[in-house]
Write a protein that binds this ligand. Structure first.
Ligand code: ZN
Length: 270
């Protein structure tokens, strides 16, 4: 093999990193053409490393990679977007951890999924930009589920196909969607889904982000939306996600930091 054949270029988002050897890191990347892949970044834990800043978590970078016998090796790295707002605020960072862990857990190495790469990049941008990061997460979860083959059926009962949008219904993770009250009565493993929350889920599933971002979702509805999707995702993955605990802890601490009697930020009309 010539040197040229041993090198390839790729864009990538750094999903995960682990210390490796004395000063190296093993990086889990998500790329447009190779899907998920793992590469070695040599020497990046040394303070003098010029590559280190370009292979931080959640960074969108352009890499030059050399094919290795067991692991490919990063030879050059250049940041395209470091998503700075995600580094400045712990709440936003915890959401980015979650998004990265979701992509990692729902994908196998070497499976190309261009749409998933694009929505991952968008989600990282929106998480740094939006006042309603929970809405970004719900939008992202629904797209990811769709792109990896687990799109939940939300507008019609999964058994009898009756439309349920305007009625109360039940969400059944095992069947991947909603059951009308007639079909779902007495079924185990179902979760109540109010008409308002079902309508919101359907809207998020079938409209683009520019439309969805205008939705005003109150805390109670957010709580319900998160509960339904978290339960479904946990069911599919067969265990919880590490980043969920981190995200919940940060959120609790932020809620406690808001002094009693004061309106939480973002509720004042402008
Ligand atoms: Zn039914």
């Amino acid at each position: 093999m010539t040197v040229r054949e041993r090198l390839y270029r790729t864009e990538a988002v750094i999903l995960r990193r682990q210390d490796f050897g004395e000063a190296d890191r093993l990086l889990t990347l998500y790329t447009p053409g190779l899907g998920k892949t793992r590469v070695l970044a040599k020497g990046v834990r040394k303070p003098t490393s010029r590559k280190a800043g370009h292979v931080e978590l959640f960074t969108h970078s352009r890499l030059l990679v050399a094919k290795g016998k067991s692991l490919d090796i990063v030879t050059q790295a250049e940041t395209t977007n470091s998503f700075l707002p995600l580094r400045d605020e712990l709440g936003r960072a915890s959401c980015a951890f979650y998004v990265a862990e979701l992509v990692d857990r729902f994908t196998e190495e070497g499976e190309e999924n261009r749409r998933l790469f694009d929505i991952l990049l968008n989600a990282l941008f929106w998480l740094g930009d939006s006042e309603d990061t929970a809405l970004v997460l719900r939008f992202f979860e629904l797209r990811l589920l769709d792109y990896v083959g687990y799109r939940p059926q939300l507008s019609r009962c999964v058994r009898c196909a009756q439309p349920v949008e305007t009625d109360a219904a039940l969400f059944n993770s095992a069947e991947g969607g909603v059951l009308c009250l007639r079909c779902g009565k007495g079924e185990r493993g179902c979760r109540d889904a109010s008409p308002q929350v079902l309508a919101t889920l359907c809207y998020l599933q079938s409209n683009d982000y520019e439309q969805c971002r205008r939705l005003k979702i109150d805390r109670r509805a957010h709580f319900e939306l998160e509960g339904i999707l978290r339960r479904y995702i946990t069911y599919l993955l067969e265990r919880g996600l590490k980043s969920v605990d981190f995200m919940d802890t940060i959120r609790r601490e932020e809620a406690e930091a808001v002094s009693p009697g004061r309106e939480p930020a973002g509720t004042a009309s402008s």
